[in-house]
Design a protein around this ligand. Structure first.
Ligand code: ATP
Length: 232
């Protein structure tokens, strides 16, 4: 589904990502795990062509080239950025309806009603403008808006960041359901969420992949993982 080769991202003098290669198979849920500043967000932004980079990205067998992020979303590469980027003045329901416009000709697995089933607490908030939602509720709307766009690959940047422990649990549980229907590339700082949800992980530090393997393989090397992540 996704094949990234030799990706590098530089911001003037700052090197954010160095020669990174990764794959996400059809139906796979893959996590990029790493501490602050490891280069995870820059990796997702480079895949979506939101930052300049070297290296190649193939999505569903086609080189992404310089295709802009909004056009990529219409082909099924849907990115939920850190900070969520909802339309603050629109309601929950309206934000979900906006997501439907990015479907292109694909048949969606998730309707707007399915999102209210996935995140029942949004049901009572249908008519609420998004600026007044909690961070967790906003994250749910952002994930929902991406899902109704019929993603072939859903890229999520730190969906658990800043959420209450309860909402971290709600989002993690939703991800375990989503991954049964949709390929996922997940960026996380939360080790527990990443190990719980992902089939396979890449551990990044200082712009490079330092470890990779299945969740079980990474757990089995937890001493090394702790060394890369600092204290957990
Ligand atoms: P975080 O979890 O804090 O977002 P991250 O692993 O996602 O961390 P990046 O956000 O990709 O890491 O940042 C990697 C490096 O690039 C960091 O040193 C960061 O300060 C730097 N960086 C990121 N964006 C920019 C930018 N627009 N201009 C300059 N430097 C940047």
């Amino acid at each position: 589904m996704l094949d990234v080769k030799n990706l590098s991202v530089n911001y003037d003098a700052i090197t954010a990502v160095v020669d990174l290669s990764l794959t996400v198979g059809d139906g796979e849920c893959v996590a990029l795990l790493g501490p602050n500043g490891a280069g995870k967000t820059s990796t997702l932004k480079a895949i979506s062509n939101l930052v300049a980079h070297d290296g190649t990205v193939e999505f569903a067998g086609t080189p992404v080239g310089r295709t802009a992020a909004d056009r990529l979303a219409r082909t099924g590469l849907v990115h939920v950025p850190e900070g969520r980027r909802l339309f603050a003045e629109l309601t929950v329901h309206e934000n979900l309806q906006v997501g439907c416009t990015a479907r292109g000709k694909r048949t969606p697995t998730y309707s707007v009603d399915d999102i209210y089933q996935l995140f029942p607490q949004l049901q009572a908030l249908r008519g609420t403008r998004c600026w007044s939602l909690s961070g967790g509720e906003q994250q749910m709307v952002a994930i929902g808006r991406a899902l109704v766009a019929a993603p072939r690959l859903l890229m999520l940047d730190e969906p658990s960041l800043g959420l209450s422990p309860r909402n971290v649990g709600v989002v993690a549980e939703a991800l375990t359901r989503i991954k049964t229907t949709t390929s996922v590339l997940l960026v996380e700082q939360n080790t527990r969420v990443a190990l719980e949800v992902a089939d396979r992980l890449y551990v990044m530090a200082e712009g490079r992949v330092r470890m990779q393997g299945t969740s079980q393989e990474i757990e089995d090397r937890s001493g090394l993982l702790d060394a890369y992540l600092g204290q957990r």
